[in-house]
Design a protein around this ligand. Sequence first.
Ligand SMILES: [Zn+2]
Length: 210
Amino acid sequence: MSEWYMEMARRRQRIVKHWIKFLVGVGLVVLALVLVAGCATTKAPKDDVVMIEINPPAQSGPQVFVTNSSHEWMIAMSKIADCVVKLPEVKAEIATFESFEWTEDSGGQVAAKIGSKQSEVKEYTTNRAVSIFRRVWPGFGTVNAYTTKASTDIYYNTRAVARSLKDKVGTICHEHAHVLGYDHGGNGSHTTGVPAALGDICMKHIGRCL
Ligand SMILES: [Zn+2]
């Protein structure tokens, strides 16, 4: 009887040893995979270190847009907007407007004012909850950028980064018109007045500055 028990005990021991070896083996394979994945992750380039190489052609005249931001995309946006807003084509095109809503100035007068006030492009950040809600309802609660009547600063929303460079530059030109004192009807549509016209014209000619 005891002989049989001993045999069973030895068998159980062998089975336990077998399982321990199996589990250690599986553990080692999992560990190896985790390490490989870890190395792969650290080697992959991160989005925020991708440099935006831009070299817009120099335009004559003093700098219209400067920025205190350290975001590469914000620096690129400001540099390109600075190039675009100074293009002779942009001034020539806005000069063809006989009149605008919300101002007595003619197109020629607007063209002469472009760039007359330097604007600093600064960052602002809407809170995360608003941004998440905005993905579902794009018009909700916040704007891409704004200006205040008291200063020449342009505040660009750092959460409005997932827009094309063209759209961003259009926004900066739009805000520059506000800095120059031009307004538009209703804050929602942005389709009237000098700001809308200048924004559209900048977007149209951005190709000259890329
Ligand atoms: Zn506006």
